[in-house]
Ligand binder design. Structure first.
Ligand SMILES: [Zn+2]
Length: 100
């Protein structure tokens, strides 16, 4: 095998490795559509959709825990609630409230 052929074979091997890794990302995202669309563009749109959804869910948790009605756990009427735990998991501080 010439040096050039060996270089091309190595380049191909690395490209296949990188593409396989991106394929695993695409699969992990649930293989978002539309069919025939670019996988990269579809994956990016799916990530952006999920980020917006996470933002809405964090806001809903924040409202449930802090506002309507003031959560029983914050009034000392119950153990720390699931909303508070979920907010902690979402890295929102007790006083922060607002998602970034
Ligand atoms: Zn609570």
């Amino acid at each position: 095998m010439s040096d050039e052929t060996a270089d091309l074979a190595e380049w191909k091997r690395q490209a296949i490795e990188v593409l396989a890794a991106w394929d695993r990302v695409f699969t992990a995202l649930g293989e978002p559509g539309p069919l025939g669309g670019s996988k990269a563009a579809n994956a990016l749109a799916e990530v952006e959709r999920r980020s917006a959804e996470n933002e809405r869910l964090r806001e809903a948790l924040r409202i449930a825990h802090y506002e309507i009605p003031m959560c029983a756990c914050r009034q000392g009427l119950s153990e720390r609630c699931e909303f508070a735990a979920a907010l902690d998991a979402a890295s929102l501080s007790e006083t922060g409230g607002e998602a970034e």
